[in-house]
Unconditional design. Structure first.
Length: 339
């Protein structure tokens, strides 16, 4: 502000000098016979000049003393910057040439370090990342036409046999599913259903009712799950078994990358109650209550074909042979010959 005052005074003095010099330049070299009354008029003109100079100085001083919005904004920015610098200085005190935090800055919820698996001991349980998938958009994916035709062919074989030999079981087959419903389940579960499973669901969206049809070999019933039932079963399994024991899902009772598609309704709670397809490898497995969970067939389609062959040929599959009682398909244990 002091610079502005000096500038105003300098401008006023220069203005006064210039006006004075110009006035003298207009004056004649010899006195004119003008009457004396003109002198007061000249003094009055100089008075006006000095009054103008004073006005310029006053206006300049007033402008310098009254803060403008720009000045106020600059002052506010300077105060905010200084406050930030003070906060940083308090949180990161300097020791020597390095700055070290006095206390850790909060960056979110605390994360508990996971135990490191031992190469010599048993697998160490860690949270299963497949049970907490990242959000992803709903996208209907096309199915390989060859896979769709092959799946429909196996379904026709099964439908013909059930309609002719086990009509009550035939009536439990579900209506066709929808591709968008499958896409929604995939997005919610964070997995991609194999093409053969999706093609099967588009023909029969699970089965319904007591003694429903299923691609499972259990005397007391095994029913195919519909799309929403698959999602709900996956959520249920992940809710109580959220640990991961390593890269091989066959060594554990559950892994979030698995897709349950068959429910063994009459099994005890201690046994695996679902047949699953591995979304990463496409293999199919189930718990036989003896040797645990593990891949038993290379694909869902291979399971369909094995069931169709067993029905048409009356052959055993996984130690059980198809039988019909009262129009209902059952699977008898060939070793014990039990109904």
């Amino acid at each position: 502000m002091l610079k502005l005052v000096r500038l105003a005074l300098t401008a006023a003095v220069v203005t006064a000098i210039v006006v004075r010099l110009r006035r003298r330049a207009r004056m004649p070299e010899t006195p004119s016979p003008s009457p004396p009354p003109r002198q007061p008029a000249g003094k009055a003109g100089m008075g006006l000049v000095w009054a103008g100079v004073a006005a310029i100085v006053a206006v300049t001083l007033a402008a310098a003393l009254v803060p403008t919005k720009a000045h106020e904004a600059a002052s506010a920015r300077a105060r905010v910057y200084q406050a930030e610098q003070d906060a940083l200085t308090a949180a990161w005190p300097v020791s020597g040439n390095d700055a070290q935090p006095a206390t850790p800055l909060s960056t979110g919820p605390a994360v508990t370090a996971l135990p490191t698996p031992s190469s010599t001991g048993p697998p160490v349980p860690v949270p299963d990342p497949n049970c907490a998938p990242e959000p992803r958009p709903v996208r209907v994916r096309p199915i390989d036409p060859k896979v769709k035709r092959a799946v429909d062919r196996q379904w026709r074989r099964i439908e013909r046999w059930l309609k002719a030999n086990a009509p009550r079981t035939y009536k439990t087959l579900g209506a066709p599913g929808r591709a968008r419903t499958i896409a929604i389940a995939e997005a919610q579960m964070g997995v991609d259903f194999p093409d053969d499973l999706r093609a099967s669901l588009l023909r029969h969206n699970g089965s319904r009712g007591a003694r429903a049809f299923g691609f499972g070999f259990w005397h007391d019933g095994a029913s195919n799950l519909g799309i929403r039932q698959i999602r709900d079963a996956w959520r249920s399994q992940c809710s109580w078994n959220r640990t991961d024991l390593g890269p091989d899902p066959a060594t554990e009772s559950w892994n979030g990358r698995m897709i349950p598609f068959v429910h063994f309704g009459e099994r005890s709670s201690g046994d695996g109650v679902y047949a699953v397809v591995d979304s990463a490898e496409g293999t199919v497995g189930w718990d036989d209550t003896i040797s645990g969970m593990g891949p038993r067939l290379p694909s869902y389609y291979a399971l369909m074909r094995a069931v169709a062959d067993a029905l048409e040929q009356g052959a055993a599959i996984d130690g059980r042979r198809p039988a019909v009682r009262g129009g209902v398909l059952r699977w008898d244990n060939i070793e014990y010959g039990n109904p």
